[in-house]
Design a protein around this ligand. Structure first.
Ligand code: NBX
Length: 825
C-alpha cells in the first residue's frame, strides 16, 4: 500500500553538496531549525551540536544505502558483542571519514567560527574501561573501512567511566555525564524496542506433539531501547552501525500509586529498570559477581539476538542463521548469549536440542583478553538460577553433554572431566563463563602470540588438547585513522609527502619509510614534528592542569589502567632512585639526561593498592617538582582523567613508551602499538605484543629488560622473596627506604608503608625482581637519547616497522581464521 509518487521520494537518498556553500547552508539550517537559534545568538554548544548534525547528514545517505544492501544481499555479518565501546570523540573522525575537514573548516570560518573551539566542546563517550573497550572501537572502524558488514552491539551507559580528579593527590571519582549537553551522534529507535525478561521459574509441559519441554515463566521485564550510531569507513562511502541498548521500564509509572501520593513508589519500577544501563562498572580486572552486572550482560545480549533475528532473518528460517552472522564474544561479558540463543532456538523456535546446538556453535567465537585467574568471570548458580532460571538449566544440559563427550574421550580420567566442567564447585558452585565460551565457540583466540600460547598451555590447557584446531591467535591492532592521522597530523603529512596517499588503509606500506631513516632531511622534519607535538601537549597540560613543563626533555610516557601487574610502581622506583642519587650527591644533576615522566591512569574505585599508588605518584611529583636541586632534569606529571581524548595529544608527543608489565601478565597491550606507530621507542618486558613489536622493530631499537615468562614461572615455583633483592641491592634499598622514611609524605612514615610492604612481602608481580634490569635498561635509554640523531633514526624505524599493528590487519586475520565473511561489493 506504500506508493510514493513524488520524484524526490522515488530517488535514492543523496547527501548535501560537498562544497563550502553547501556546508554553510546545511549548518545554518541546523542552527535555525533544529537548535532554534540564529547564528549571532548561538552558543558554542549550539554550534557544536549543529556542526555534528550537519556532518551526520553527509554520512546518512551512505548509511541507509549500506544497511539496505547488507539486508538485501544477505551478506554474512559480524555481530560484535561487547559490553564496552570506548569510542573517543566522534566529530573529528566523522569529518575525516567523509572528507569534509577542509570544507567544514572553511565553512565555519566563513560563519565567523573557529572549528577548533567546537571540536573541544565534544565530551567523549567513555563507554569502556581501557584496552578491551578501545579495541572494540578500533575493530568497528576497521571493518567499516574495509567494507565488511558489521553491527556492533553494546550498552548505552548513561554514565561512562568515571571522571578522575585528584584531591590532595588522591583519586576522587566524579560521574561522567556525557549526555547532558546533547548527543548529536545517536539515533534513538523506540519502535525497535525489545522486551527482556528476568527472574521467575521454569516448568515442564507436554507440547502438541507429545514432547516434554521446558518453559520459562519470568517474573519481571524491562524494555531495551536501541540507539544507533554511524560507524563510517575512511573515505569509502561505507557506513556500518553500532547499536547500543538503553533500559527502560515497561511501564513508566503506576498511576494509582502516584494519585495516592506515594511519588517515590509510583516510579520505583522505572528507576529499577533504568538502573540496568545507568553506569559502566569501572572494574577492569576483578569482576565482583554483582547482580546488576549480570543484568547488564543479559540485557544487552538478549536485545541484540532478538534484534538480529527480527531485522535480518526476515523469512523466519532460523536455521540459516550461521550463514548470516557470526557473533564475536568480546571476552566473557556477553557469553550469556550462548544459552540465550539456545533458549530462543529450542523454546521459541521449537528446534530440537541437537539442531539448535549445532547452529549455536557455528554462530559464536570467543576472544579472551586476560591471563589473570581472578579476571576470569564466574557466576554463582544461586544468582544465575534466581535471575535466569531457564538459562541455568540450559547451561547444565550443555555441560552434561560436553562432559559425557570428555569422559568418552578420556575414559578413567575423572579428574580431567572435573577440571573441564563448565560448573566449578569451589568456593561455591558457579558457572565458568570462559569455559562455556570455549565449549560453545567455533574458535577461541588470544590477542597476541604469547598470550595465545599461554592460553593453550595454561589457562585453557585441557580444552586446547581436546580441540587443538579451535585455538588461534589474532594479534591486536589499532586504527591508524584515529591514532596517526587525527592524533598526529604533522607526521601524517610527512608520510603522505614521502609515500603518497594510500598508506592509511594499507599500513604495511609504512615500511617504505625505512630508507628515509638514513635521510638527514627526513629525520630533521620528523624531529621538528615531535617537538611541535610536545609543544602542543605542553600547551594543553598548562591549560587543563596548570602545569608548566620544560622543553627539550626526554618525554617518558606510561599510560594505561593502574594495576599491580602493569607495575606503575616499578617506574616510580626508577624516578625515586634517580632523585635519591641526585639529592645524596651520588650523581650530579648535570650528568642526568633531563626527563619528564608522564603517568595517565585510572584506578578501579575499590582497588586499594592502586589508589595508594596514585597517591604516591602524586606525592613524589610534588616533592620532585619543587626541589631546586633537580628542577632542570626531573619532572613528574600525572594529568588527571586520562582518556581517549588526552591520549590523542599525549601519544604523538612521547619519546619513550613504558611497557613494563611482569612477563606473562599483559595479554597484549595496544597503547604500546599506538606509541610505536607515533615514533616512541619502547622500554619493555618480553610480554604481550611487546614481543612482536621488538621482533619487528629490531633489538637495537627497543629497550628490553626483565624476566621472561618461563623465568617468572620458575621463580614463582621456587619461591619469590622480594626481601632478598632489597638486601642485596643498595640502590634499591636506598630507594625504598627513602619512600618509607616519609620523605614524600611530609615525614609521615605510616602513609606509604602499606605500599612499601606490599612490594617487599606481598607482590605477586615481582617488581623488585626486575628492578636492577629495569634500571640498566633506563641507563641505556639515557645514553641513547644523548645522541639525538641516532634516536631519531630509531624512532623513524619504529614507525616504518610497525605497520603490522593496524587493526585492519587484525580484521583480516579474524576474517581469514574465524569469521569467513566478505566485504560488500
Ligand atoms: O584488553 C585488555 C588487556 O589487559 C590488554 O592486554 C589488551 O591489549 C586489551 C585488548 O585486548 N583488557 C581489558 O582492557 N579488560 C577490561 O577492560 C575489562 C573490563 C571489565 C572486566 C574485565 C576486564 N570485567
Amino acid at each position: 500500500s506504500f506508493q510514493p509518487t513524488h520524484p524526490l521520494a522515488l530517488a535514492p537518498v543523496t547527501s548535501p553538496p560537498h562544497t563550502v556553500d553547501g556546508f554553510v547552508k546545511e549548518f545554518l539550517a541546523e542552527l535555525n531549525t533544529n537548535a532554534g537559534v540564529t547564528l549571532s545568538r548561538s552558543t558554542v554548544n549550539d554550534q557544536y551540536l549543529s556542526l555534528a548534525r550537519t556532518v551526520r547528514h553527509y554520512l546518512s545517505a551512505r548509511w541507509l544505502e549500506n544497511t539496505r544492501k547488507a539486508r538485501e544481499t544477505k551478506a554474512k555479518m559480524v555481530g560484535y558483542l561487547s559490553a564496552e565501546f570506548l569510542l573517543g570523540r566522534q566529530l573529528g573522525n566523522a569529518l575525516l571519514a567523509s572528507d569534509l575537514e577542509e570544507i567544514a573548516e572553511q565553512a565555519l570560518a566563513a560563519c565567523g567560527i573557529d572549528i577548533a573551539t567546537l571540536r573541544a566542546q565534544e565530551v567523549e563517550p567513555g563507554l569502556g574501561n581501557g584496552g578491551l573497550g578501545r579495541l572494540a572501537a578500533c575493530f568497528i572502524d576497521s571493518l567499516a573501512t574495509m567494507g565488511v558488514p558489521c553491527i556492533g552491539y553494546g550498552i548505552r551507559y548513561e554514565y561512562g567511566i568515571f571522571r578522575q580528579t585528584f584531591v590532595d593527590g588522591r583519586q576522587v571519582e566524579q560521574p561522567d555525564s556525557w549526555l547532558t549537553l546533547g548527543s548529536p551522534w545517536e539515533f534513538p529507535h523506540p519502535e525497535h524496542a525489545v522486551q527482556v525478561d528476568f527472574g521467575g521459574h521454569t516448568e515442564t509441559y507436554v507440547d502438541a506433539d507429545g514432547t516434554s519441554r521446558s518453559r520459562w515463566i519470568p517474573a519481571w521485564n524491562v524494555l531495551g531501547m536501541p540507539y544507533n550510531y554511524m560507524v563510517p569507513g575512511y573515505q569509502n562511502g561505507q557506513v556500518n552501525t553500532l547499536r547500543l541498548w538503553s533500559a527502560q521500564a515497561t511501564q513508566a509509572f503506576d498511576l494509582p500509586t502516584f494519585n495516592s501520593g506515594d511519588y517515590a513508589d509510583a516510579v520505583r519500577a522505572q528507576t529499577f529498570a533504568e538502573n540496568i544501563t545507568k553506569v559502566l562498572y569501572p572494574e577492569d580486572s576483578t569482576p565482583q559477581g554483582k547482580e546488576l552486572r549480570l543484568q547488564q550482560q543479559y540485557f544487552f545480549v538478549a536485545c541484540s539476538i532478538r534484534d538480529f533475528l527480527d531485522r535480518f532473518i526476515l523469512d523466519g528460517d532460523v536455521t540459516t542463521l550461521p550463514e548470516r552472522v557470526i557473533f564475536q564474544l568480546n571476552d566473557t561479558h556477553p557469553v550469556i548469549a550462548v544459552p540465550e540463543l539456545m533458549r530462543v532456538l529450542v523454546d521459541i523456535e521449537k528446534l530440537d536440542w541437537d539442531e539448535a546446538w549445532a547452529i549455536t556453535q557455528k554462530c559464536f567465537a570467543y576472544t579472551c583478553h586476560t591471563l589473570l585467574p581472578e579476571a576470569l568471570e564466574v557466576w554463582s548458580t544461586e544468582l544465575l538460577g534466581r535471575l535466569l532460571p531457564r538459562h541455568l538449566e540450559i547451561i547444565y544440559r550443555i555441560n552434561d553433554e560436553f562432559l559425557a563427550e570428555v569422559r568418552a574421550a578420556y575414559p578413567n580420567d575423572e579428574l580431567r572431566a572435573r577440571q573441564m566442567s563448565i560448573i566449578g564447585e569451589y568456593p561455591e558452585r558457579a558457572v565458568r563463563m570462559a569455559y562455556l565460551a570455549t565449549v560453545a565457540g567455533s574458535k577461541v583466540n588470544g590477542v597476541a602470540e604469547l598470550h595465545s600460547q599461554l592460553l593453550r598451555d595454561k589457562v585453557l590447557h585441557d580444552f586446547s588438547e581436546y580441540w587443538p584446531e579451535k585455538f588461534t591467535n589474532v594479534t591486536n591492532g589499532v586504527t591508524p585513522r584515529r591514532f596517526i592521522r587525527l592524533a598526529n597530523p604533522g607526521l601524517s603529512e610527512l608520510i603522505t609527502e614521502t609515500l603518497g596517499t594510500g598508506w592509511l588503509t594499507d599500513l604495511e606500506r609504512l615500511e617504505e619509510l625505512e630508507p628515509y631513516a638514513e635521510d638527514a632531511g627526513f629525520r630533521d622534519s620528523f624531529v621538528a614534528i615531535k617537538e611541535a607535538n610536545k609543544a602542543k601537549l605542553y600547551r594543553l597540560l598548562q591549560a587543563r592542569d596548570g602545569v608548566v613543563l620544560p622543553e627539550h626533555h626526554l618525554l617518558d610516557v606510561m599510560v594505561k589502567r593502574l594495576h599491580e601487574y602493569k607495575r606503575q610502581s616499578l617506574k616510580l622506583l626508577h624516578i625515586v632512585s634517580t632523585y635519591e642519587q641526585i639529592i645524596t650527591g651520588k650523581v650530579a644533576a648535570d650528568e642526568v639526561t633531563p626527563r619528564t615522566f608522564v603517568f595517565g591512569a585510572k584506578a578501579a574505585p575499590g582497588y586499594r593498592i592502586a589508589k595508594e599508588t596514585i597517591h604516591l605518584i602524586n606525592s613524589v611529583a610534588q616533592v620532585v617538582n619543587s626541589d631546586p636541586l633537580v628542577k632542570d632534569v626531573l619532572k613528574v606529571v600525572f594529568p588527571a582523567n586520562y582518556n581517549v581524548t588526552l591520549a590523542e595529544t599525549l601519544i604523538p608527543a612521547a619519546d619513550l613508551s613504558e611497557q613494563i608489565s611482569l612477563a606473562g601478565k599483559e595479554a597484549s597491550g595496544t597503547g604500546n602499538m599506538k606509541l610505536a606507530l607515533n615514533g616512541a621507542l619502547t622500554i619493555g618486558t618480553d610480554d604481550g605484543a611487546n614481543v612482536e613489536i621488538r621482533k619487528l622493530v629490531g633489538d637495537e631499537h627497543f629497550f628490553l629488560f626483565g624476566l621472561t615468562e618461563p623465568e617468572v614461572a620458575e621463580l614463582q615455583a621456587k619461591g619469590y622473596h622480594a626481601h632478598e633483592y632489597y638486601e642485596s641491592n643498595p640502590q634499591l634499598k636506598a630507594t625504598l627506604d627513602l619512600i618509607a622514611s616519609g620523605h614524600f609524605s611530609g615525614g609521615d612514615r605510616g602513609l606509604f608503608e602499606p605500599l612499601v610492604s606490599n612490594l617487599l612481602y606481598d607482590d605477586r608481580f615481582m617488581a623488585l625482581a626486575d628492578f636492577e634490569s629495569y634500571l640498566d635498561a633506563q641507563a641505556k635509554v639515557d645514553a641513547s637519547y644523548v645522541d639525538q640523531d641516532a634516536w631519531a633514526r630509531s624512532a623513524v624505524l619504529n614507525v616504518a616497522r610497525s605497520g603490522f599493528f593496524s587493526s585492519d590487519r587484525s580484521m583480516r586475520d579474524y576474517i581469514d581464521r574465524i569469521w569467513h565473511t566478505h566485504p560488500l561489493r
